[in-house]
Design a protein around this ligand. Sequence first.
Ligand code: ADP
Length: 503
Amino acid sequence: MRVKRVKDEKDKACVLIVDDEKGIRDASERIISRMGCRALKASCGEDGLDILNKEKVSVVLLDMKMPGIDGIEVLQRIMEMDDDILVIVITGFATVETAIDAMKKGAYDFIPKPFEPDQLRIVVNRALEKIRLSSEAAKLEAQRQRTLSDLHMEQSRTRTIINALPNGVLVTNSEGRVVLVNPAFLRHIGIDKNKMPGEKVESYVNDKGFCDLAIEISQGKRMGSETDPAYEFKVKDEKYLLARGRPVLNEKNECLGAVINLVDITAIKALDRLKSEFVAKVSHELRSPLSTIHEQLALVIEDMVHKEASEDKQLLSRAKEKTRGLISLISDLLDLSRIESGASFGEARPVCIDNLLKGIVKFLKSKADGKKQSLVLNVCRDDIPRIVADPAALESVFGNLIVNAINYTQEGGAINVDVDIEKDNVKVVVRDNGFGIEEKYLDSIFEKFYRVKNEKTRFVTGTGLGLPIVKNIVEELNGSIHVESRPGIGTKFSVFLPVEKDR
Ligand code: ADP
C-alpha cells in the first residue's frame, strides 16, 4: 500500500503557487489538493524559480505583482527554462493590460484577483486537460513513428529474404513492367547483376516465349487455371530453366501483375537424358539376341521337315546360348537395381575371406581348365582377419572379377588371386596376363553397359554390368577398388575391404 501511495504521489500533476499573499497561497493550495493535484508554494519569484529547478511542475499559478523580481520576468524565465509548463497569471482588476502582456509572452491563461474557488478550479482544470491532450497527442505520434519504422523493417526483411532465395523471382505490374527482380533471377538469366527493376520484361529476358507468358499472366489472361502456367527454355551454355508464373490479385480479384519463379533444371535434364540413353541401351541389348532367337527358331520350324536333326540341334543350341545371355543380362540388371536401391544385401556376418575365395576358385577351376589356364589362390599370411559382410555379396564381387580374368585372357594364360593385409584392410588382388585394357578405357569400364570392343573381346559374351555391380558392392562395404592394366600384358584389380576392429 505504501509503495502505491508513493507512486500515486509521483504520478499526480504538480501545481506551483507563486504569490506573496499567504492567504491566496494557502487557499489555492487547499483547492488544488482537493482537485487531486500536488501543490507547491513559493512566496516570491526567486523561490518559485528554485522549486522549478528541482521539481517537475506542470502548472504555475503566478502572481504578477510581487516584491523582488516581478511576475513578467519570472514568466519569461519559466518560458526559457521549459515552455511546456503552463503558466496561469494571477492579476488584480486594475492590471488587465499586464495580463494581456503576459499572454503575449507565453502565459497560458489568467485569473483575476480576487477569485472564487470555482474560478480557480476551472482554469486549473483547463490547463490540466490541455496537458493531458498534449501528452496523448505525443503518444499517438510516437506510436505512428513506431508503426512506420516497423513497416519499413518488415519491407526490408521481406526484400532480404527474396534476395537470398536460390530460385529466381521476377514480379511485373499489369503492363508487364518489372517491379521486382532478385539476384538469383539475374544470375540464372546471365545478365548484369546490378540491373534494376523498372523496364519492360523484354529487356531482362531474351526469350519470346517467356516474355509472352509473363505479359499474358500480368494482364490477367491466364487466370482461373488450376495449375500455374509453366514454360521451359534454354539460355546460353546449355542451361535449362523452368519458369512458373502466377497472377497477383487484389481483394476484388483484379489482376495487378505477375510473380514468376525461375528454377535451374539443367541437372534434371541431364538425368533425363541419361535415363533415355539407359533405356535405349537396354532395349538394344535385349533386341539383338531376341531377333537371333526368333530367326533361328523360324529356321528350325521351316527345316524340320527337310533337314537332318543334327543341324536343328545346332541351331537350337545357338538359340539356347542367346537365351542364356539374355537371362544373365536380366539377372545382372535386377542385381544392379537392387544394389543401387540399397536393398540387395542379406545378413552381414564375419566371413573368412580366404575360405570364401578357396570355394570360388574351386568352383571356377573347370572354367579355367577349359581354356587351359592356371588359376591359383595365394593366401599371403595365415592371420587374415574376417570381414563382416553378406557372403553372397562378397562371392558376387570376386566371382565377377575372376570370371572376367578368365574371359579376357587367352588360352593357356595365368590367373592369380592374392589375399593379404594392408593397413586396416584385407587386400584381394585378381591379376591375369590376358588382353589388358587401354588406359583411355580404364575409367569407363565401371560404367553400366560399358564394354571394350576390339578384335580380342569381340567373341566374349557379357553384359557390361559386372564391374558396376562389383564397384557398388565394394563401396557399400566402405571399401575401394582399383585397376591397373596394360594391353597385351595383363590386368590387375585390387580390392580393399576395411576390417572392423571391434567385431
Ligand atoms: P562384361 O564382362 O559383362 O562385359 P564387366 O562390367 O564385367 O562387363 O566389364 C566391362 C569391360 O571391362 C569388359 O567388357 C572388358 O572389356 C573389360 N574387362 C573387365 N575385366 C577385364 C580383364 N580382366 N581384362 C581385360 N578386360 C577386362
